[in-house]
Design a protein around this ligand. Structure first.
Ligand code: ZN
Length: 263
């Protein structure tokens, strides 16, 4: 599932290939990904225009075009791909933006989210009003403010896009493992040291993952072991625990991340 680092990767694809060049043609291959805009209006608005410098807000990609912007969300299975001229379409390519140098393709199997076209900056702000700050921009003090006074579990808060944007299931587990915090820890119980560890872990995991353009399944990371049937903690060798927390499949190390109250 695309999380902040994946969207950062898509942003780089767009910035490297498509920014500043006129869009020659827009092909909507599957209108099922269009949200609140008809294929014809999308095409008429974007054709001949140039995309401005794209901006990420958590799992959203904001692409300035004319006085407004195109907003992309990648749901569970979306991506943005650059294709050289003549390269075959993929069967899940839904919208294609053609340039003289190649094509930018919005690809998505499940079509849970999609593409919006907004007429003005105000409309962009309105649509994104409930989205919290991009997780990669959150300072330690800001993190404390965002989590202070919250009820519920720390994992649920980390994944709540209105608290902070961009963290999904893999990143959430990876960050908590790195910070040695049990995913069910109540936010109210987080002390100053816990918050400091959490922030440090979040910065480190995001920095590495953004470089890779995804949450990398490295052997030294929890993510590299979470799908193994007998996966062990790469830090201490204890068998990993699996359960659902806040409705999400969650993996943690029972030794490094003792339950709420135990550390
Ligand atoms: Zn461990």
């Amino acid at each position: 599932m695309p999380e902040l680092p994946d969207v950062e990767g898509f942003r780089r694809v767009l910035a490297a290939h498509a920014v500043g060049r006129p869009v020659r043609r827009v092909d909507v291959l599957d209108g099922g990904v269009l949200r609140g805009v008809a294929a014809r209006r999308l095409s008429e608005t974007v054709r001949g225009r140039r995309f401005g410098e794209p901006r990420r807000l958590g799992k959203w990609l904001v692409i300035p075009v004319g006085p407004g912007a195109m907003l992309l969300h990648f749901g569970m299975t979306g991506s943005l791909e650059w294709a050289e001229p003549g390269q075959d379409l993929h069967r899940h390519d839904r919208v294609v933006f053609a340039f003289s140098t190649g094509e930018l393709r919005y690809r998505d199997m499940r079509k849970l989210q999609g593409l919006r076209l907004l007429e003005s900056r105000e409309e962009v702000h309105r649509v994104l009003a409930d989205v919290g700050p991009d997780a990669a921009e959150v300072s330690r003090d800001r993190l404390r403010e965002l989590l202070a006074g919250r009820r519920g579990r720390v994992k649920t808060a980390l994944l709540d896009q209105s608290v902070m944007a961009g963290i999904g299931n893999l990143l959430g587990d990876e960050i908590l493992w790195r910070a040695r915090l049990h995913p069910s820890t109540s936010c109210a119980r987080l002390g100053a040291d816990d918050l400091a560890h959490l922030h440090k872990a979040m910065r480190a995991v995001l920095r590495e993952a953004m470089k890779a353009g995804r949450v990398p399944p490295r052997r030294s990371w929890l993510t590299g072991h979470r799908d193994e049937p007998d996966g062990c903690c790469p830090r201490c060798g204890t068998a990993l625990a699996h359960d659902r927390v806040g409705g999400r499949a969650t993996v943690w190390c029972p030794a490094c991340q003792p339950a709420d109250g135990g550390g």
